[in-house]
Ligand binder design. Structure first.
Ligand code: PNW
Length: 482
């Protein structure tokens, strides 16, 4: 192999693998002492999921975990991103509540088995399954002083127990979704909203911003703990992962150019600016005034610089037009229809997602320039239209998803090799079709098809494409150079 060819590849340390989350795959919600999470009850309430189904079985991965790891090994991934269920580890969740040895044993065995297969564990501490007991006791994320202490103790148990083997920690997955979808729009657990047809209680004008503030502080104090008590001995990295899609002005109008920045300020800057730059975005301060909680100077010292890297979950691009009253989008209207009436890209099964790979390259450049830290892409993927109602053989030919990943991998390579963006990892969402939150099992994001009757797994074309692409496009190191 010539040096020009080597130079045209991602660096040999580049990490890739697939991602999942505990509540979306594990099932076995009543087993081995697991406590309830807010998603258990929420998903069982009428009308909360599209197909009326819950997470009690999901992909049955709590029982089938050895098979799952064997399939990951067959795919040849370098890493696997998964999340720990807080209420399996501490069933009632709180700082004085007992730890559950069976929950610990499950994840401990799981991590050992990954390592035996040479797969690097990338571990999310919190992917939305808050112990129900904490929500009932004091309002969960609404109660900053309580939740920060309970979250930090949970994190401490995880660092103590798994930190000898886990070197990549993600504190929290997607605080925007937790806050806005859970406490603003009320479509995710715990389903609070000002919309009284949806929720008996809640206040969408204040609660999401309070919850976001609690999440930032919980993350930051857990990171401080890791750095002070564990990092020297364990040598791992820790950070947060934020969702956020590229925002493109609808046209050249200055108001729409500004609107696109406001969209980024609320989707991303709300969390990234305090964590990486040390303050909330000016635009959010103006939009919310006294409704935006403030950090004390002491808190701010803990928050600023509290992530070793930028964790990015991204799926699409939104065309942005100034207007409307949706604070959760920065008073910006989103559309996928260009001024000339054409669609931005291929429509996915869910309304919020179209395929537009150039936006991914733009977002990587924007984040790199603004926050100046290595980027780990911890989620990215596509839900094929009507895939759930097709016969399995057809669903395995997931051409729209293959096209999506073709575009994305091209953008990824261009961002790294042409633009010089420091991207270190890429995790397609998801390893398996799974419980897609409010969509139930109707929307499938997996590169592996799951037959929910048999729990049989079938690799889709997209899995084959990604396995081959990363095999071909990561520098293999000295071995192949001879
Ligand atoms: C992420 N949006 O959620 C989550 O981290 C995953 O658990 C989930 O399965 C995946 O993306 C696919 O949805 C999102 O409305 C949910 O923009 C909704 C949005 C974005 C991300």
């Amino acid at each position: 192999m010539t040096s020009a060819e080597v130079a045209n590849k991602l660096p040999k340390d580049f990490i890739w693998g697939f991602a999942t989350a505990s509540f979306q795959i594990e099932g076995s919600t009543n087993v081995d002492g697991r406590g309830k999470s807010i998603w258990d009850d929420f998903s069982k309430q009428p009308g909360k999921t599209m197909d009326g189904r819950d997470g009690d079985v999901a992909t049955d991965s709590y029982r089938l975990w050895k098979e799952d790891i064997a399939l990951l090994a067959q795919y040849g991934v370098k890493s696997y991103r998964f999340s720990l269920s807080w209420s399996r580890i501490i069933p009632l969740g709180g700082r004085d509540d007992p730890v559950n040895p069976k929950g610990i044993a499950f994840y401990s065995n799981f991590i050992d088995a990954l390592l035996e297969h040479g797969i690097i564990p990338f571990v999310t501490l919190y992917h939305w399954d808050l112990p129900q007991a904490l929500h009932d006791r004091y309002g969960g994320w609404l109660n900053k002083d309580e939740i920060v202490q309970d979250y930090v103790r949970y994190a401490k148990v995880c660092f103590q127990t798994f930190g000898d083997r886990v070197k990549h920690w993600l504190t929290v997955n997607e605080p925007w979704c937790i806050s806005i979808l859970g406490y603003g729009r009320g479509v995710f657990a715990p389903g609070r909203s000002s919309d009284r047809e949806r929720s008996p209680e809640g206040d969408s004008s204040t609660e999401p911003w309070i919850v976001g503030h609690s999440v930032i502080l919980s993350h930051a104090y857990a990171v401080r703990l890791y750095r002070e008590e564990f990092k020297a001995a364990q040598g791992g990295q820790i950070g947060i992962t934020l969702n956020g899609d590229w925002a493109m002005p609808y046209d050249d109008g200055p108001q729409n150019v500004e609107a696109a920045q406001h969209a980024l300020d609320v989707a991303i800057g709300w969390f990234a600016d305090p964590i990486y730059l040390g303050h909330y975005p000016e635009f959010i301060k103006q939009m919310l005034r006294e409704r935006l909680p403030e950090f004390t100077p002491e808190e701010l010292k803990v928050v600023k610089g509290s992530s070793d890297f930028y964790g990015m979950n991204t799926y699409t691009t939104n065309l942005c037009r100034d207007g409307g009253d949706d604070e959760f989008q920065g008073l910006v209207e989103y559309t996928f229809i260009r001024p000339d009436g054409t669609q931005l890209g291929t429509q996915a099964h869910c309304a919020w997602l179209q395929d537009y790979p150039e936006g991914f390259r733009n977002l990587l450049n924007y984040i790199w320039k603004r926050y100046k830290l290595p980027i780990y892409v911890t989620e990215n993927g596509f839900a094929v239209k009507d895939e759930h109602s097709k016969p399995i053989e057809q669903a395995l030919q997931d051409n729209d998803r293959v096209n999506y990943f073709k575009g994305i991998t091209t953008s990824l390579k261009a961002a790294v090799l042409e633009d010089g963006v420091d991207v270190r990892a890429y995790f397609p969402w998801s390893f398996l079709d799974n419980f897609e939150w409010a969509d139930g099992y109707i929307t499938r994001f997996g590169v592996t098809y799951v037959d929910y009757e048999t729990q049989q797994r079938y690799p889709k074309e997209s899995a084959k494409f990604l396995v081959k692409w990363f095999g071909d496009n990561i520098d293999a190191g000295d071995k192949k150079l001879q």
